[in-house]
Ligand binder design. Structure first.
Ligand SMILES: *[C@@H]1O[C@H](CO)[C@@H](O)[C@H](O)[C@H]1NC(C)=O
Ligand SMILES: *[C@@H]1O[C@H](CO)[C@@H](O)[C@H](O)[C@H]1NC(C)=O
Ligand SMILES: *[C@@H]1O[C@H](CO)[C@@H](O)[C@H](O)[C@H]1NC(C)=O
Ligand SMILES: *[C@@H]1O[C@H](CO)[C@@H](O)[C@H](O)[C@H]1NC(C)=O
Ligand SMILES: *[C@@H]1O[C@H](CO)[C@@H](O)[C@H](O)[C@H]1NC(C)=O
Ligand SMILES: *[C@@H]1O[C@H](CO)[C@@H](O)[C@H](O)[C@H]1NC(C)=O
Ligand SMILES: *[C@@H]1O[C@H](CO)[C@@H](O)[C@H](O)[C@H]1NC(C)=O
Ligand SMILES: *[C@@H]1O[C@H](CO)[C@@H](O)[C@H](O)[C@H]1NC(C)=O
Ligand SMILES: *[C@@H]1O[C@H](CO)[C@@H](O)[C@H](O)[C@H]1NC(C)=O
Length: 272
């Protein structure tokens, strides 16, 4: 059975809900499509104190995310011997209000984990996790996986090539970018017209560049096979996230110039 980021976890809910969200770039879009949600199997020692501490750390994380241009926040609190560690992250194409909307949805959805001392949920727009011990340095763990959308009827070679190209480029560039996030597009040459492939990659900002790099490699391997005949896919792991789609889920002016990170790094890092 697949393990979800740590051995003491059991898979409680795996929701690969690929609902069609008509993405209208520029409009309010908290992207609350839940990709994965899971609870710890261990109850908090003292649930009253633990959840009181959790509520306070959630408020602290939310306060941090409400600052413009803040997409990542951690908080921890140990009071009355009930430590709580919380991490939240929004995709950087989200507006501050959409980020908070996604966080609120995640925080409320994660309450279904009731008395347990840990929970996590990954949505298209954001990520939220809490535990009774620190996990901020975790990158790739068992349970990492690719989530392919619905199959389409046919093989789509040009699209697959384009997606592989962007995701490969993103997995190289993202660990070198301050903030560990990049968004890119690539043209897809069809027989009669040209369309666009969209992709993003992101690591938790609390990991090291090497940690981000190893997480990206796993994520890329998990997601690449989706592109053979599926127009959208995601890759989830403890410390990173990837997504591609044939449909825009960020605006055209929100891409990252990754070219500089592809030029210099490759030769120098491969010599190490
Ligand atoms: C994917 O397939 C499921 C089951 O056939 C269907 O309910 C769902 O609407 C489909 N989703 C998309 C994005 O087409
Ligand atoms: C956790 O706590 C709930 C409610 O107090 C209880 O019903 C349940 O049996 C406990 N589960 C474990 C695994 O201890
Ligand atoms: C924490 O917040 C939730 C939701 O607002 C609330 O239902 C719960 O009673 C709070 N728990 C504690 C211990 O304060
Ligand atoms: C964030 O930016 C908006 C618009 O630029 C501004 O109105 C708001 O005051 C800013 N909020 C904070 C907390 O800086
Ligand atoms: C926990 O929070 C304190 C500040 O409140 C901080 O100094 C410490 O580094 C945090 N621990 C972790 C593991 O981030
Ligand atoms: C990946 O990066 C290389 C080097 O900059 C570039 O030539 C190529 O077009 C990129 N591929 C895609 C699909 O963007
Ligand atoms: C896509 O088509 C354009 C024009 O038809 C061509 O210049 C370009 O090289 C093609 N790109 C790929 C990756 O095949
Ligand atoms: C481009 O071609 C694809 C399939 O080849 C088709 O689904 C799509 O509607 C076309 N787009 C335009 C704008 O013609
Ligand atoms: C990006 O495009 C949107 C509309 O598509 C526009 O409202 C916004 O101001 C643009 N941002 C920048 C930085 O150009």
């Amino acid at each position: 059975m697949a393990q979800w980021w740590s051995f003491r976890w059991q898979m409680v809910v795996i929701a690969t809900v690929f609902m069609v969200f008509l993405t209208i770039p520029g409009r309010s879009q908290p992207q609350t499509n839940v990709l994965i949600q899971a609870c710890s199997t261990v109850n908090a020692t003292n649930t009253q104190i633990f959840f009181s501490n959790l509520n306070e750390t959630f408020r602290d994380v939310r306060r941090k995310l409400s600052n413009n241009n803040t997409y990542f926040a951690t908080s921890n609190l140990t009071r009355n011997s009930e430590p709580v560690y919380v991490m939240a992250q929004c995709r950087k194409y989200m507006s501050t209000s959409d980020c908070l909307g996604c966080f609120d949805y995640a925080a409320s959805s994660i309450r279904t984990c009731a008395t347990f001392n840990g929970a996590r949920t990954v949505l298209d727009g954001c990520f939220l996790r809490y535990e009774s011990n620190s996990f901020f340095d975790q990158t790739t763990l068992p349970g990492n996986q690719g989530l392919c959308g619905n199959r389409t009827s046919s093989r789509q070679s040009a699209f697959e090539r384009a997606v592989n190209g962007i995701l490969s480029n993103l997995s190289i560039a993202t660990p070198k970018i301050n903030g560990f996030y990049a968004a890119a597009t690539a043209p897809v040459n069809g027989t009669s017209n040209t369309t666009t492939a969209y992709a993003i990659a992101q690591c938790a900002e609390s990991v090291t560049p090497d940690g981000c790099r190893s997480c990206m490699q796993v994520a890329f391997n998990n997601i690449r096979s989706c592109a053979t005949d599926v127009t959208d896919g995601r890759s989830v792991d403890s410390g990173c996230f990837m997504r591609y789609s044939a449909t825009a889920f960020f605006r055209n002016n929100q891409t990252t110039d990754i070219a500089p990170f592809l030029l210099e790094g490759e030769t120098s890092t491969s010599l190490c």
